[in-house]
Design a protein around this ligand. Sequence first.
Ligand SMILES: [Zn+2]
Length: 235
Amino acid sequence: MTNPLLIRGSLSQSMENYLKAIFEILEHDERATTSSIADRMGIAPPSVTAMVKKLAELKLVSHEPYQGVTLTRVGEMAAVEVVRHHRLIEKYLADALGVPWDMVHDEAERLEHVISEDLEDRIDGALGHPTVDPHGAPIPARDGTVVRVVAQPLVDAAGGDHVVVVEVDDRDPSLLRYLGERRLYPGTAVEVVRVEPYGGSTVLRIEGAEVAIGRDAAAMIRVAPNAAPSEEARP
Ligand SMILES: [Zn+2]
């Protein structure tokens, strides 16, 4: 995907990381504020304030009081480009090279800034134009369109819900190992048995076995209603 309004390589890696972080906050319908951007990137809020100002001067973002930071059309195109690189690289590392799903993110964080458009196309073609990455996040198409499945955090589900895992947060390798050990991959069908009160665990039935996961983990998993739940796990 080429962006006619930006000269490729004109943005620093740091700027690309900010645009990507803002895109990823907004794609989950959350507000991109100085503190949510700082939180996501593990950076101190004053640095975020300075960079947002710089990005606003370049007309890549706009920052309205009470509205938070939004991407301009050009800013969104630049963000989508980096996100497409990141998610395609993750998919390639996982599927073609067998890199475990908890290790692909950190590799992609580095490679996303440096691959050429030609390599991007070749990876896309070799994988058969995939639409989701190993963590369930949508891979933007070459023309920049993003098809997103409507999903809610698992922590908001209730006992008796039948859901399917759509996406898991990809940034914490230990969380991904925790989820992998419990077979909580995108596409896994899950029955919510009950949610313990007062911020307790969410008890799930996965492939017939009961599994309790902590509230923090349940907040990192996004699920959609499962239209055709299996009956085999009924007691
Ligand atoms: Zn990632």
